[in-house]
Design a protein around this ligand. Structure first.
Ligand SMILES: C[S@@+](CC[C@H](N)C(=O)[O-])C[C@H]1O[C@@H](n2cnc3c(N)ncnc32)[C@H](O)[C@@H]1O
Length: 284
């Protein structure tokens, strides 16, 4: 469908520069490599190649979620798409899911969650700062429009999570171990807990709290590394630059251990110490 006035679009050039704008009949995209009047875009199809006033080619699209997330205004660190993608699958977030997200920040994770759960699901976003909630609400509205599947509230997740029987609790707060008990109350049996933390010290403290709580099991921590490749003529190699570090993801499942039954984990063989002849399933 052709672009109309008032639509959100992204201009992308060959140097991976991107420009997020709303189309206006009088507006124009201004870059170091010349300008393009919005009037040249309105009425054209997404993907159209345009030439700036200085002769450079660029393309215009409706922004994908990744385009929007990486170009939207930020007031905090955000969870990057590589980590969000993993969170969505490992927390099994799907249409109809009910999710609590602690630490709304700029709303990057919330965008992906609200879109994924769809109109039959619901996302409760908590933050201790009203300015963050207002800021995130603007980003969410800008990309998703008005949705009926999202509630943003001023609340401290260390103190209280009111929702019950939710499918997952996903946290991006500085001390997620302080929210473990509240998360256990909120989750349905078998539900998934995920926390994103920038340092391994935080992942360590969180792991200890999850293992110590008796309400969580199968605790694991991962780091997602993505390496882009440069492929041009005979030059085929990894890019010189990559996103070196964002954070760690600690994931656990809500469990029910009958009263008096002690965890046997300490007695079991550490799978890491077993010599493998073929990759274990968790590396496939
Ligand atoms: C790094 S930002 C979250 C970024 C967000 N995940 C995103 O992708 O845009 C962390 C947020 O957690 C909030 N926060 C810190 N402690 C909190 C708590 N105890 N309960 C709820 N929110 C908290 C901060 O105000 C901040 O907005």
């Amino acid at each position: 469908m052709e672009f109309g006035a008032g639509e959100l679009v992204i201009f992308l050039d060959h140097q991976e520069r991107s420009y997020l704008q709303r189309l206006h009949p009088e507006g124009r995209l201004q870059t170091h490599h010349g300008y393009v009047p919005h009037a040249e875009v309105i009425g054209r199809e997404p993907g159209v190649a345009l030439i700036t006033s200085k002769g450079k080619e660029l393309f215009v699209f409706r922004p994908t979620l990744v385009d929007f997330t990486m170009n939207m205004p930020r007031k905090s660190g955000i969870i990057y798409p590589k980590d969000t993608a993993y969170i969505l699958l490992w927390a099994d977030v799907r249409p109809g899911s009910r999710v609590v997200a602690g630490g709304v920040g700029s709303g990057a994770l919330l965008l992906a969650l609200a879109r994924q759960v769809g109109p039959s699901g619901f996302v409760w976003g908590y933050d201790v700062r009203q300015d963050m909630l207002d800021f995130a609400a603007r980003n969410l509205r800008e990309f998703l429009g008005e949705t009926g599947n999202l509630a943003l509230s001023l609340r401290d997740v260390y103190e209280r999570i009111d929702e019950r029987q939710v499918d997952s609790v996903i946290l991006d707060v500085p001390e997620p171990w302080r929210a473990v008990d509240q998360a256990a109350l909120a989750l349905r049996p078998g539900g998934v807990f995920v926390a994103y933390v920038p340092t391994i010290r935080q992942a360590e403290s969180l792991t200890a709290a999850l293992r110590g709580s008796n309400r969580f099991g199968l605790v694991e921590t991962v780091e997602i590394l993505v390496r882009n490749w440069h492929i041009r003529n005979r030059s085929v190699r990894p890019n010189h630059r990559m996103v070196g570090h964002t954070g760690f993801l600690t994931i656990a499942r809500q469990i029910i251990r009958p009263e008096g039954q002690a965890p046997t984990e300490a007695l079991e063989t550490d799978p890491e110490s077993v010599t493998e002849t073929s990759p274990p399933n968790d590396q496939i």
